[in-house]
Design a protein around this ligand. Structure first.
Ligand SMILES: O=C(O)CCC(=O)C(=O)O
Ligand SMILES: [Fe+2]
Length: 279
C-alpha cells in the first residue's frame, strides 16, 4: 500500500507542491498538540498573574488567551513559540513514519533525513511583519540538501483572512535563485527572514500563484526550491501552523556540504554557497 498515487506524485513533480487533505487525523495526530499549546498558554497566564480568562480546552479554542497575553507583553509570545515545539505529540508527528514514507514515494530515496532544528510551530500574529516570510525558496534558509520537502500543516482552519501561505507552482523547475542577504525594505528582519530574492517582483510575476485554504489534518508538501511566502494575517486570531523538513542524504550538493543546516544551525549560508549570493 502506498500513501500517494501516481497522479499525486506527478503533480508534485510538476508543481513542486501537493496538498493532501486529511492526511493526518485531527483527533489522533493533532489534538494532543493543541492540548499542549493550551496548557502552555495557561501556565504563562498564571505565572504572570494576568486577569485573562482561560477557558477549558477545546480543539477549536485551544489558543484562547494568547491574544491578550501577547498584548500584555509580546515577549511572552516568544516564550510560547520556543515552548510549543517541545510538546512530545508534536515531536511524534515530526518524526512520524508516514512522513518518511512520503519522502520515499516522492523522491525514491532510501535515505531520507529529518532536518535538525528545521521543525517548529509558527504563530503568525495579526498585522505583524517581522516574522512574516517574504518570497523565498527553502533551500538557502535550511540547506541540508538541495532535494528536500517542507511539510506544512495547520493547527487552525486557515481561511482567506488568516493569510494562507502563497506558492508559485512550477517555480522549483527553474532551480536555485540568488538572494540578497538583507532586505533593505525591512531592516528589522534578520537571518533567514532577511534573505530577499534577486529581482523578486519580476521573478514572482513569471509564475501562477495559489494560496490553498486548509484545516487541521491537512498536509501541504513543498519542494525546497518552490517559491512561497507567508500571507498577511488580517484576522483577529493568530495563524498557528506546523512545519518540518525532510531531505535526501543521497543528493550530491547535500553530500558536499556535509548536510549542514543554515541560519538555525548557526551556519553562514553565504560561505557554503557564495554563488547563490547576489551583490
Ligand atoms: O507559514 C508561513 O507563513 C510560511 C511557511 C514557510 O515558509 C515554510 O513552512 O517553509
Ligand atoms: Fe518556507
Amino acid at each position: 500500500m502506498t500513501l500517494l498515487d501516481d497522479a499525486q506524485r506527478e503533480r508534485f513533480r510538476q508543481d513542486g507542491l501537493l496538498v493532501l487533505p486529511g492526511f493526518y487525523d485531527p483527533q489522533r495526530d493533532v489534538l494532543s498538540i493543541q492540548r499542549g499549546i493550551h496548557g502552555i498558554i495557561g501556565k504563562l497566564i498564571t505565572r504572570e498573574g494576568l486577569p485573562i480568562a482561560h477557558s477549558v480546552f477545546s480543539a477549536e479554542t485551544f489558543d484562547a488567551g494568547y491574544q491578550p497575553l501577547i498584548a500584555h507583553d509580546r515577549r511572552l509570545g516568544g516564550e510560547v513559540y520556543d515552548a510549543v515545539k517541545q510538546i512530545p505529540a508534536f515531536m511524534r508527528l515530526v518524526a512520524d513514519e508516514r512522513n518518511e514514507r512520503l519522502v520515499h514515494e516522492l523522491r525514491g530515496t532510501d535515505l531520507p533525513g529529518l532536518a535538525a532544528g528545521g521543525y517548529g510551530i509558527r504563530i503568525d500574529n495579526p498585522s505583524e511583519e517581522r516574522f512574516r516570510a517574504d518570497w523565498h525558496q527553502e533551500y538557502p534558509a535550511q540547506l541540508r540538501s538541495l532535494d528536500g520537502v517542507v511539510f506544512w500543516s495547520p493547527l487552525v482552519p486557515v481561511d482567506h483572512d488568516l493569510g494562507p501561505v502563497r506558492f508559485c507552482p512550477g517555480s522549483h523547475r527553474d532551480g536555485p535563485v540568488r538572494v540578497h542577504l538583507r532586505d533593505p525594505a525591512n531592516p528589522v528582519k534578520t537571518g533567514a527572514y532577511a534573505l530577499t530574492l534577486e529581482n523578486r517582483d519580476a521573478r514572482v510575476a513569471r509564475y501562477p500563484q495559489v494560496a490553498p485554504l486548509c484545516r487541521p489534518g491537512d498536509l501541504i508538501l513543498v519542494d525546497f526550491l518552490t517559491l512561497h511566502a507567508s500571507g498577511v494575517n488580517h484576522a483577529l486570531r493568530s495563524r498557528w501552523s506546523m512545519q518540518f523538513r525532510y531531505f535526501n542524504f543521497h543528493e550530491p550538493t547535500g553530500v558536499r556540504i556535509g548536510w549542514r543546516g543554515s541560519y538555525a544551525a548557526g551556519v553562514d549560508f553565504s560561505t557554503l554557497h557564495p554563488e547563490l549570493v547576489a551583490e
